[in-house]
Design a protein around this ligand. Structure first.
Ligand SMILES: [Mn+2]
Length: 422
C-alpha cells in the first residue's frame, strides 16, 4: 500500500505585489500553485499510489470565482478515475466558514467533517484514517483528544492541521504536543500548517509536516513537495520526500568583500547563481540577493543608486540555459570608514555616526525611530509592506540603518574629495 501526504497547497494564492516588480514572470509565478498540483497528481498516477492525503489549506481563502474550485476538482477527478482515493481536512485558510462557494461532491474524495472527528476504515488496504476539518479559521483548542481510538489490525493515520507546539512564522492553531500524539496509538500523523518541511518524529508513529507544495514568496525557500510513503503488512517500510515545486525560491547571500567593481560583482554573482540552480536546472529559480560586507562597492552605489542591482541583473542576462529571476537585491554594505575614529570628528561625518549610534542605542529606540520615519511615508507600497516596524526584526533595522549610514558617509566623503561643502 502506498500513499501520498501533502498539505498547504494554497491553490491560486494571489501572490499580491508581483505587479510592482519590473519584468517579473507574473503568469508563471501565479500559476505555480496550479502546476505543482498537476505535478502531484502526475506523481500519484505514475507511482500508482492507493491514497492521497491532504492535510489542510488546500486553498488560500475564499475563491475569487468558481475557476479555482473547478481546477482543483478536475485534478481530483483525475485521481478518482484512476481509482486513487483522496482524503482531506480543511485548515485555517480554507476552514468551512471561509469558503462560500460550493461544487458537487466527488465520489472517491472524502472531506472530513468540521463538526466532529471521524474515522474512515479501508479494510481492503488495511488502513484507517482519522481526521477533522477546521470549522472556522481560528481553532484554539487541541483537537487530538477527541480523535477516535485506533482500529485494531489497521495502519492508523491521523490527518490533522495544527501548529503543534508552535512554529516560527505560523499562527497557533489547534495546538497539541508530540506526547498527545504518541498517546493516541496511531502509526502515522499526516500534519499540515507549517510551510517548512519537518520530520517531527521518524517512526512509531511517524509525524511529518510535508511543508507547502509550492513556495509562494522569498521567505518560503528551497525544495517543496510531498511525502511518498509505503506500508507493507501494516508496517511503514519507506518514506521519501518528492519535490514538486515549479518555481524555487532562494535567499542568496553574497559577500562583497574583495569586490572592487561591477565586473567582479557580476562574476561572483554568476558563480553563486550557477551553483544554486544546478540542483534543479529545469525549474524557475526566484532569487532574493543579499549583498553584505565591507567593500568599495558601497561608494559606487552611493554615487549612482541602483548600480549594484543592475550589475546583478546584467550578469543574469548572460546565464544561458538557466531559468532565473531576481526578485530583489538587498544591500547591507558596511562603511569602509573607521567608525570609532569618525565618531569623534567635529564635522558632518562625526554627526552622522553619532546620530546612528544614538538611534541604534537599544531596540526600543530603534523601533520607535523607524516607526516615526515610516509613519511619515504614509501607506507603503507592497514590496515594502514587510518593512512594517511592528514586524521588523531589530537585526534587519540595524542592517538598513548601516546601509543608509554607508550611503550618506560615502556621499559626504565624495563631496569633501571634490572640494564641496559637506
Ligand atoms: Mn498553510
Amino acid at each position: 500500500m502506498q500513499f501520498i501526504h501533502a498539505a498547504d497547497l494554497h491553490v491560486d494564492s494571489p501572490l499580491r505585489g508581483l505587479d510592482d516588480y519590473e519584468g517579473a514572470p507574473v503568469a508563471r509565478l501565479r500559476g505555480a500553485t496550479r502546476q505543482a498540483l498537476i505535478a502531484l497528481v502526475d506523481l500519484a498516477l505514475e507511482r500508482r499510489v492507493d491514497l492521497v492525503l491532504l492535510a489542510g489549506d488546500l486553498f488560500d481563502g475564499d475563491w475569487i470565482d468558481f475557476r479555482t474550485g473547478l481546477f482543483f476538482r478536475a485534478q481530483m477527478l483525475r485521481l478518482c478515475r484512476a481509482g486513487i482515493r483522496v482524503f482531506a481536512v480543511r485548515g485555517n485558510h480554507d476552514a468551512a466558514s471561509q469558503i462560500t462557494r460550493q461544487l458537487p461532491a466527488l465520489e472517491g474524495m472524502h472531506e472530513f467533517s468540521s463538526e466532529r472527528s471521524e474515522t474512515v476504515d479501508l479494510p481492503g488496504l488495511g488502513v484507517a484514517i482519522h481526521g477533522r476539518s477546521f470549522p472556522q479559521r481560528a481553532v484554539t483548542e487541541d483537537l487530538v483528544p477527541q480523535y477516535p481510538q485506533p482500529l485494531a489490525g489497521r495502519f492508523n493515520i491521523g490527518l490533522l492541521h495544527t501548529s503543534l507546539t508552535g512554529r516560527e512564522g505560523h499562527d497557533s492553531y489547534a495546538p497539541t504536543t508530540v506526547e498527545t500524539l504518541l498517546a493516541k496509538g496511531y502509526d502515522y500523523f499526516a500534519l499540515g500548517h507549517v510551510h517548512a518541511r519537518e520530520v517531527v518524529r521518524e517512526t512509531a508513529p511517524r509525524i511529518v509536516f510535508p511543508g507547502n507544495l509550492q513556495g509562494r514568496h522569498a521567505r518560503e525557500t528551497g525544495p517543496k513537495g510531498c511525502e511518498l510513503v509505503r506500508v507493507e503488512d501494516g508496517v511503514l517500510v519507506s518514506a521519501e520526500f518528492v519535490a514538486l515545486d515549479v518555481v524555487r525560491w532562494h535567499q542568496l547571500e553574497l559577500d562583497a568583500a574583495g569586490l572592487d567593481g561591477v565586473d567582479a560583482l557580476a562574476r561572483r554573482f554568476a558563480d553563486a547563481a550557477r551553483a544554486l540552480a544546478a540542483e534543479a536546472p529545469e525549474r524557475l529559480h526566484a532569487l532574493r540577493v543579499h549583498l553584505r560586507g565591507q567593500s568599495p562597492l558601497h561608494a559606487l552605489e552611493a554615487r549612482q543608486p541602483g548600480t549594484l542591482a543592475a550589475a546583478i541583473q546584467a550578469a543574469c542576462q548572460e546565464l544561458d540555459g538557466l531559468d532565473l529571476w531576481i526578485e530583489e537585491v538587498r544591500l547591507a554594505l558596511g562603511s569602509p570608514l573607521d567608525r570609532a575614529t569618525a565618531a569623534v570628528r567635529a564635522d558632518a561625518l562625526g554627526d552622522v555616526v553619532r546620530l546612528v549610534d544614538a538611534i541604534a542605542a537599544d531596540d526600543a529606540t530603534l523601533a520607535a525611530w523607524f516607526g516615526e520615519r515610516l509613519a511619515e511615508l504614509g501607506v507603503l507600497p507592497q514590496p515594502l509592506a514587510d518593512a512594517d516596524p511592528r514586524k521588523l526584526e531589530p537585526a534587519l533595522m540595524r542592517a538598513l540603518l548601516a546601509d543608509a549610514e554607508a550611503t550618506v558617509l560615502a556621499r559626504l566623503a565624495q563631496l569633501a574629495a571634490s572640494g564641496g561643502e559637506a
